[in-house]
Write a protein that binds this ligand. Structure first.
Ligand code: FAD
Ligand code: DLZ
Length: 510
């Protein structure tokens, strides 16, 4: 029997049981294909990082004695489609069986199931052996109950005995989030970028020569994303030993002087499976014990991975099909052109978008409370925003990006993921960052006067709640907001709405 095993660009898990022994009857196949580069407009670094890591993975497999067929982007035999390349290999090599790992995305899941149904050979799909939970574990856990990350997280802490002692959470509480909300004013100094660089100039030239469209800075000569598992582990260990101690305190902080802050930068390594979530958690617990790190930092970090990441995956497999259509508020504004350049006078958005274009990265609060916040307040079409997020970030794969964008950030699912919209006026952004200092717009003004332009976040914030009162005012978590609106007189409400309308009519020039 001649078996072909397909490995996707986000399945670079060298610890998978497939690779535990060399089998002369097994050939692995990996493909750089236009179907995957072109399903959305990608940031240049994302394409480079995936191809470079795929190529390094191929070399690793060969060095271990495995047989690998690799289709580079510029191979003339490459038909740029999983099924077409596989059909050619079936006839060229006399393949009798195809094996695949479960993909993380509905689109590719359908491709695999269609291949399984139509190919003239035996097919089998196996687990990717990466996640802590199964696709349907959250669905089964919640049953008919309301989905809540915190309950799933506690269940997983118990089940896997993470940060537990005698069946109780260590430190006497499940969650130390209240201690994790400080602004950063330059101290402690944020770490320099601890990641080694690569020169991917030649690879980038070959990608461009094939006419693959992209945006953002390629940074091909000075490339920071990890190539392989060893590098990913080194980067993780640096973070755990030198940076994690401040993660909790400054998790929500933002600064124009330091975009990475104290975040781990491990989402690419995790999402292409160079490292596994459980090993990140175990190493974190180990270093916490060895170095007596602050529990709020350690718990806060583990919650992101054991809690949020697994919960989001469960949510995706429960709602993915529906998410492709959702638009709870019927928002239809097109994405302003400055989303592709960062050229806006709003300093917070200017900084966050330009960071994203430069690094293919922004941390969670930049994504949620600046870019996403604006998108929701301005009534941007959530599906356009979803495509933008899916393209721009190095870690963006639909299973994790889509619930975060459409559910958490845009409330486009009507509150299935988040219990209230994540929106704020300038006040929150000013509290958590230094962006407002020197901004063209004035953070304290709701309405522009003859001297100063008001920060658009202020009128848009109140206008959003007034505009969507029918959908939101019964939400108990928003009772204070609606009490405040009820206290405003008609003249106040009208002037806020008029100011907001001026901005909404002029989004391109903000
Ligand atoms: P850290 O802040 O250091 O956190 C450590 C790890 O926790 C991350 O690497 C990630 O694996 C996990 N994590 C933290 N928050 C989340 C979350 N909300 N959902 C899932 N995992 C989480 N994350 C992605 O991996 N891919 C995406 O495409 C993506 N899109 C997002 C879109 C929006 C609108 C928002 C608000 C968030 C998105 N996130 C996404 C979640 C989060 O912003 C990133 O995981 C994080 O910024 C990655 O950087 P880091 O490794 O430095 O994370
Ligand atoms: C994101 C991406 C890109 C840009 N290119 C490829 C590719 O050429 N070949 C490949 O196997 N995977 C690529 N990927 C990652 C895939 O999009 C990802 O593996 C699937 O979407 C499954 O989630």
């Amino acid at each position: 029997m001649k078996t072909l095993r397909l490995i996707l660009g986000d399945q670079l898990n060298i610890q998978h049981s497939w690779f535990s022994q060399v089998d002369p009857d097994v050939t692995y196949v990996m493909m750089e294909i236009r179907a995957e580069t072109d399903y959305v407009l990608h940031h240049a670094q994302k394409i480079i990082a995936i191809f470079a890591a795929m190529r390094a993975f191929k070399e690793k497999l060969i060095s271990l004695g495995h047989q690998v067929i690799y289709y580079p982007i510029d191979n003339p035999d490459n038909q740029h489609d999983f099924e077409k390349n596989i059909r050619s290999l079936i006839s060229q090599l006399g393949v009798t069986r195809l094996e695949m790992q479960y993909p993380d995305e509905v689109r590719v899941d359908e491709v695999f199931h269609n291949m399984a149904a139509s190919l003239p050979i035996e097919t089998n799909i196996v687990d990717s052996e990466h996640f802590i939970t199964q696709r349907d574990e959250a669905t089964k856990f919640f049953g008919t109950r309301k989905w809540l990350m915190e309950s799933f997280y506690r269940h997983l802490r118990n089940k896997h005995q993470v940060l537990m002692a005698n069946d109780k959470p260590v430190g006497g509480a499940w969650n130390f989030d209240k201690e994790n909300r400080k602004a950063w004013r330059g101290k402690p100094p944020a770490p320099e970028d601890w990641r080694d660089t690569h020169d991917h100039h030649a690879l980038w030239q070959s990608i461009q020569a094939q006419g693959v469209n992209s945006f953002g800075e390629a940074s091909a000569d000075d490339f920071r994303w990890p190539l392989n598992r060893d590098e990913a582990l080194q980067q993780l260990d640096y973070f755990l030993n030198h940076v994690l101690m401040h993660f909790g305190d400054y998790q929500d902080a933002m600064s124009k002087h330091q975009s990475r802050m104290f975040h781990a930068l491990i989402s690419f390594s995790l999402n292409v499976k160079l490292i596994s979530p459980m090993e990140v958690i175990s190493r974190t617990e180990q270093i916490w014990k060895e170095q007596s790190l602050p529990l709020p930092a350690v718990e806060g970090f583990i919650r992101q991975i054991l809690g949020w990441r697994e919960y989001i995956r469960g949510y995706y497999w429960r709602h993915a099909k529906q998410l492709q259509q959702v638009n709870f508020f019927q928002h239809q504004q097109p994405l302003p052109k400055w989303f592709w350049t960062g050229n806006t006078k709003m300093a917070c958005l200017n900084n966050c978008i330009q960071d994203s274009l430069k690094n293919a990265y922004a941390h969670h609060i930049q994504r949620l409370m600046v870019i996403g916040n604006f998108g929701l307040l301005a009534g941007i079409n959530p599906q356009s925003l979803h495509e933008w997020y899916l393209g721009i970030y190095i870690d963006a794969f639909e299973w994790v990006e889509m619930p975060n964008t459409l559910g958490m950030s845009q409330f486009a699912d009507g509150g299935m993921l988040a219990s209230k919209p994540y929106v704020s006026s300038a006040n929150y952004i000013d509290k958590m960052s230094d962006y407002c200092q020197g901004c063209h717009y004035h953070k304290n003004l709701k309405i522009s006067d003859s001297d100063q332009a008001a920060c658009p976040f202020n009128s848009l914030y109140w206008n959003f709640y007034m505009r969507h009162a029918d959908k939101l005012q019964k939400n108990v978590r928003l009772s204070i907001v609606y009490q405040q609106i009820r206290k405003m007189d008609d003249a106040q409400k009208n002037s806020i709405q008029q100011q907001a309308q001026i901005y909404l009519d002029n989004l391109e020039n903000l």
